[in-house]
Design a protein around this ligand. Structure first.
Ligand code: ZN
Length: 144
């Protein structure tokens, strides 16, 4: 039986995912009542200027300002913890970047990678001790 509410240690230490407003641990309850908020500056090439994980309701209200010239896109956080859904979103982002429709600010990219790292603990299998030793001793990053 597959356990949905397990946090697998992928990178040696558990990476927390907290609501950007109230600090609630969003991994503990499997992302219920929270979403990923993607804020874009709309242009010929849309630019993601911020990515936030935030509780629905008051936390979201306190972190959004819909009056400016930005687009706000929400995705249910618990959907992003479904492996197929996560990769579908991830590949769409890669495709849009490749096609020249999307880019990140440096700050937004750093936040996106941190959120993806935290989510990877929900969507990946448990890392074996041998694999973790290999990971922690490996200096290779981003090479194929
Ligand atoms: Zn919150």
């Amino acid at each position: 039986m597959v356990q949905e509410n397990v946090i697998n240690n992928v990178f040696g230490d558990i990476v927390e995912l907290k609501c950007e407003y109230c600090g609630k641990n969003l991994l503990e309850d499997n992302g219920q009542n929270a979403h990923v908020l993607c804020i874009k500056k709309i242009n010929k090439c849309n630019e993601i200027v911020d990515v936030k994980c935030v509780c629905k309701g008051d936390c979201t209200k306190n972190l959004t300002n819909f009056s400016d010239n930005l687009s706000y896109n929400f995705v249910e956080l618990h959907y992003m913890m479904i492996p197929g859904f996560f990769f579908r979103k991830y590949f769409k982002i890669l495709r849009d970047i490749n096609d020249g429709y999307l880019k990140f600010t440096d700050k937004a990219l750093e936040k996106f990678m941190l959120i993806s790292t935290a989510l990877s603990q929900k969507i990946s299998r448990k890392t074996s001790e041998k694999e973790m030793e290999t990971l922690l001793s490996s200096k290779e990053l981003g090479t194929w």
